[in-house]
Ligand binder design. Sequence first.
Ligand code: HEM
Length: 367
Amino acid sequence: MTKPYPPIGYSDYLKVDDLLQLQCPRAEQFGISAHDEMLFIIVHQTYELWFKQILTELDSVLRIFARPKVDENALGTVVSRLGRITEIQRVLIDQISILETMTPLDFLEFRDALFPASGFQSIQFRLLENKLGLPRAQRLPFNAQPYTAYVGEAERARLEQSEKDVSLFECVEKWLERTPFLESDGFAFWELYRKAVARMFESDRELVRKNKVLNDEQRDKNLDGISANEDGFNAIFDEKRYNELRDQGSWRMSLRALHAALLINLYRDQPILQLPFRVLVSLQDIDENFTTWRYRHALMVHRMLGSKVGTGGSSGHRYLRAATDQHRVYGDLFNLATFLIPRSALPELPKAMRERLGFYYSDKKEG
Ligand code: HEM
């Protein structure tokens, strides 16, 4: 087969000349010399390029998850693309220290030149948040205006559309709800799990009762703590209570999706649950990396601005620190760890179910 491509050089292929035309320090245009503005621009542009790559990966993962049935074969692709996102995020976190080689005084040389531009207006960053599944209602209020108020009309329409499109959070929730192994082969998982949990708490109580180092007051306090934990467990067995907590914002996923995520976590050693488990871990990695970036960015802003307000009009690092916690998307997956019990205490899977979940090798000849 003949190759359809005529030869091309490095610079033409990558459009290097065009790319290198795009760094235009603004202070210089007004006759002010500010050495560090070039670094500031290049770091921001690099971020936007990496955001573009993350969005490319995220869109491809969304296309796979948006199908009514997620092809198991495609899960490997999902895991590797989510893994690529986490690697890019690590670079994004590390890049902050490059910008921190600029001192606050050097930043002041050109800060006025970019007023009122702000990272707050990064469309790609907002698309990323929306596609991952950050709902508008969860966003921290910013100058009593919606986050879309700070961008142009066309960009606002793009952001609003992305809020209407199905997010990765919603796709994953639906996918989890469809997990087929929750009650099958006569295996009442939740009944057995509940008993295993009760046994685990009883053995914890026994340990506290036998602990000679504790005085009566400390013992009672420890036992109260165990009872509080047990109450927490009960919330995930009782749909009404769970839904109340969900309405109050303690949980976001449906109970069925949460049960599936828990089952996947508990029985992840079963071959068929390995890839679903890797998907859940990758989502946690992405959420954690995002949170780490937000925190590092907030610290850098504190270092650069002290208590000054941001060019976008926020309270600066205080707003950013608060957003670090408030804007997490996959907190449910982290909270699941509360409900894990040791492998040794797990209800044993019936043989028929083990065979369905695993790769079953039989001595018998087929046919
Ligand atoms: C000297 C360096 C930087 C300073 C002083 C700074 C300052 C700020 C401040 C004060 C805000 C809050 C909004 C406002 O009032 O403007 C903000 C938001 C933001 N900045 Fe930066 N920033 C810096 C570097 C960066 C870099 C390198 C990026 C990479 C793209 C970035 C991306 C963002 C984003 C995405 C937001 C919105 C965060 C959110 O709303 O949760 N910033 N920045």
